[in-house]
Write a protein that binds this ligand. Structure first.
Ligand code: DAH
Length: 349
């Protein structure tokens, strides 16, 4: 059989071979068998040099025809197989977006922390600094520096948790209030003073709806030249309106604290019934909510801390975030705050 005839046959049979390749790998093998060194095309190409010069142009033209024809068949089959392979790969890698994702639970702020943060933010907005002090405190700062007489019942072992009885005056206790930070701050800072002190406090109380042995307070202290009772009231009114809503009113009732004179308790108008609806869920119909203690800093406290009470005056206040949270969110017992029931905590997330 002469070369031209063999090449014609090769061209003819090529399409069946090419079509039989089911994937790119098989196609590569078919390509070698059709155009490789041992294929008809390959063998004829190698023999060209040995051909009779008269034969050469004819065979050369046929060789070219065969290469182009077979190459074309391979190329078009290759594009078909490439598309098929791509769609097969996409199908294999398909992601089922309807599958439920893994949820990473994110926590929420504890309600007491939220109340602390909200209140601290309000005072920081007024220019107050945030201060802190030790929870294991000297009796001197917790009581004496705050004008609390040695026989005051709050100093009794039945009310206060002592860590070390020591000598009178340097006994160590778990602070019963954040007020000692007033004395500590004034001792180490010159006036003017504008501080808020959020922190943990301790008392020998049995857990019930309104008492926890470990609870929180937020202390406030302002000392400057010529601060007056109206400044105290205006400041707390601003806080109440930011905290409970712009319609809030405040009233002050006379009270007693050793470290303030005069002293008062602050009530805020009920934000729920707006002024005394019988049976109101929040205020019980009183129209007012008792919230916190406050007053003008007693000159003795200023003097003990090294300030001149003729030069400066101040006001102070102390509030309980647990109580504030109960009032603001209508919670009936402080026990909820320490039970760690996430169903309770999540409601306020
Ligand atoms: N320390 C007081 C208490 O625990 C609360 C308090 C009342 C703080 C009046 C003050 C204040 O700064 O002026 O009951």
């Amino acid at each position: 059989m002469d070369a031209v005839q063999s090449l014609d046959e090769a061209i003819e049979s090529a399409s069946t071979a090419v079509e039989s390749a089911d994937d790119l790998e098989q196609l590569a093998a078919v390509e070698t068998s059709l155009l490789g060194p041992d294929s008809v095309v390959g063998v004829v190409r190698k023999s060209m040099g040995r051909l009779d010069p008269q034969e050469r142009p004819k065979v050369g033209a046929k060789l070219n025809e065969a290469s182009v024809a077979i190459g074309g068949l391979l190329d078009s089959r290759r594009s078909v197989l490439e598309v098929e392979e791509e769609s097969r790969r996409l199908a294999d890698e398909k992601i089922d977006v309807t599958l439920e994702s893994i949820t990473i639970p994110s926590g929420v702020k504890h309600l007491v922390q939220k109340v602390i943060d909200d209140t601290v933010d309000i005072f920081v907005g007024l220019g107050y600094q945030v201060a802190s002090g030790p929870e294991a405190e000297l009796a001197f700062y917790n009581f004496d520096a705050l004008n609390t007489p040695p026989d005051h019942p709050s100093r009794w072992d039945s009310d206060t948790m002592y860590l070390d009885f020591g000598d009178p005056g340097d006994e160590v206790l778990l602070r019963t209030q954040t007020s000692p930070v007033q004395a500590r701050w004034m001792e180490s800072h010159d006036p003017p003073v504008y501080i808020v002190v959020p922190g943990r406090t301790y008392r020998k109380d049995t857990i019930d709806a309104t008492h926890l042995p470990v609870f929180h307070q937020i202390e406030g202290l302002a000392v400057d030249s010529n601060l007056q009772f109206s400044d105290l009231k205006g400041t707390l009114l601003h806080w109440a309106r930011e905290f409970f809503g712009p319609q809030s009113e405040v009233r002050l009732r006379p009270h007693f604290f050793p470290f303030t004179e005069p002293s008062a308790e602050l009530d805020v108008s009920c934000f729920s019934c707006d002024g005394g609806q019988p049976g109101c869920r929040v205020c019980g119909g009183a129209g007012w909510l008792e919230l916190l203690g406050c007053g003008m800093v007693d000159p003795f406290v200023l003097e003990t801390a090294g300030y001149d009470p003729y030069e400066v005056s101040g006001f102070a206040f102390g509030m309980g975030p647990e109580r504030l949270a109960m009032v603001r969110y209508g919670i009936d017992s402080m026990k909820h705050f320490i039970e760690n029931d996430v169903r309770f905590l999540r409601q306020f997330g």
